[in-house]
Design a binder for this molecule. Structure first.
Ligand code: NDP
Length: 348
């Protein structure tokens, strides 16, 4: 993988904004094979939570190692224009925002490791993390692994993933120039993706299983006013048709008033139905709630395990915003810094 690029399902790449990074005054060692394996603080995840934690921890002199995944940058890498992150009155593309955060974290001495975490052992000090057959050790860890896109669970959806089926309009929208596409979902993500896709597609069909959206009012107004977006309420996709590429979808009426599915000829299907928290790498080491999100112990970012802190979407299913994740990353870094200072004091 080219550094600064993230592959997507169509064999193309998302620009991670390497230009922005090279403009930084980075003092950090960079990626992967040559990176150190011990630090006072390890940060798992490289979305807004992980990178904000890295900025704060690095400025506190902790020289954190960020194990950020093979596709670093988190969900904002899959987002088009971000209009509500403070400080960018004209909006900013998600990947550009993440490149700026990464450059800022590196500038103060964070080390970036662009690999996935395979497993952890949080049962004793030092805390241990394995990634690409290497063991990393630290006294404290911040878990900021975020959440991943959900899929409909259809066999045809899996078969045609990367052949017209996608969960990322920003990455793949360009490939659908001049075609009709479907977006599934009724939240802000789906409506944002539908609007974004109108830049390329001749028509965007927005399919939602209920008769009302859960998205914000401003997004609903924009979608309803758009001449190239057609709403299909009370409908769900039950099959994606096509052998080698997506040719159509079958829509079922969720109210039951239409007994036969409708066929909609489209070249692409964008699934935007929410996310699931990325906790599998923890192997059950930390408690989760009914929806699988990590649970905090108190009003700090501390987990049940001494020295382990939690930040961002991996625990937050209420707000799930870049700015709240960033705020959380700040809190986790401050909590970890204080915990390490108390640990030093108790040992001296
Ligand atoms: P949400 O959970 O808000 O919405 C998911 C949508 O998908 C719902 O409408 C849901 O339907 C539908 N859905 C879920 N499962 C299925 C299924 N199996 N089949 C069909 N439809 C399904 O997720 P989002 O990703 O949209 O948003 C997550 C959070 O991020 C929200 O808080 C949102 O406000 C925020 N966000 C903010 C943005 C911004 O501020 N720029 C941009 C994008 C997201 P139903 O409604 O019936 O449950």
């Amino acid at each position: 993988m080219t550094e600064g690029k993230v592959p997507n399902g169509f064999g193309a790449a998302i620009d991670f904004g390497a230009g922005d990074q090279s403009a930084s005054t980075s003092t950090a060692t960079s990626t992967t094979a040559t990176a150190p394996t011990t630090a006072r603080l390890l940060i798992l995840g490289s979305g807004p939570a992980g990178l904000t934690a890295a900025i704060y921890a690095a400025r506190a002199g902790l020289a954190p190692i960020v194990i950020g995944g093979y596709a670093p940058g988190g969900q904002l890498m899959l987002t088009s224009e971000v209009e509500n992150f403070p400080g960018f009155p004209d909006g900013i593309d998600g990947p550009d925002l993440m490149a700026k955060m990464r450059a800022q974290a590196e500038r103060f001495g964070s080390t970036m490791v662009d690999q996935d975490v395979d497993r952890v052992d949080l049962s004793a000090q030092p805390l241990r993390v394995w990634s690409a057959r290497r063991e990393f050790q630290a006294e404290a860890i911040i878990v900021a692994t975020g959440a991943s896109a959900l899929w409909l669970g259809l066999e045809s959806e899996t078969r045609l993933r990367g052949r017209g089926v996608s969960a990322c309009a920003t990455c793949d929208g360009f490939f659908f120039k001049g075609q009709e596409v479907v977006v599934v979902g009724g939240g802000d993500t789906a409506l944002e993706e539908a609007l974004f896709l109108t830049r390329f597609a001749t028509k965007v069909h927005l399919v939602h299983r209920r008769d009302s959206f859960r998205a914000s009012k401003i997004m609903i107004s924009r979608v309803e006013a758009h001449p190239n977006i057609q709403l299909h309420m009370n409908r769900e996709v039950v099959e994606v048709l096509g052998e080698r590429s997506t040719e159509a979808v079958l829509l079922r009426d969720t109210t039951g008033s239409l007994s036969t599915p409708e066929r909609l000829a489209v070249g692409g299907l964008f699934v935007a139905i929410g996310h699931k928290p990325n906790t599998a790498l923890l192997g059950g080491a930390l408690p989760v709630d009914a929806a699988g999100y990590l649970q905090l112990e108190s009003d700090t970012t501390a987990s049940q395990i001494d020295g382990v802190f939690i930040a961002g979407d991996v625990h937050d299913h209420r707000y799930r915003q870049a700015v709240t994740a960033a705020g959380d990353g700040c809190r986790a870094a401050l909590d970890a810094e204080r915990w390490l200072a108390e640990r030093d004091a108790s040992r001296s």
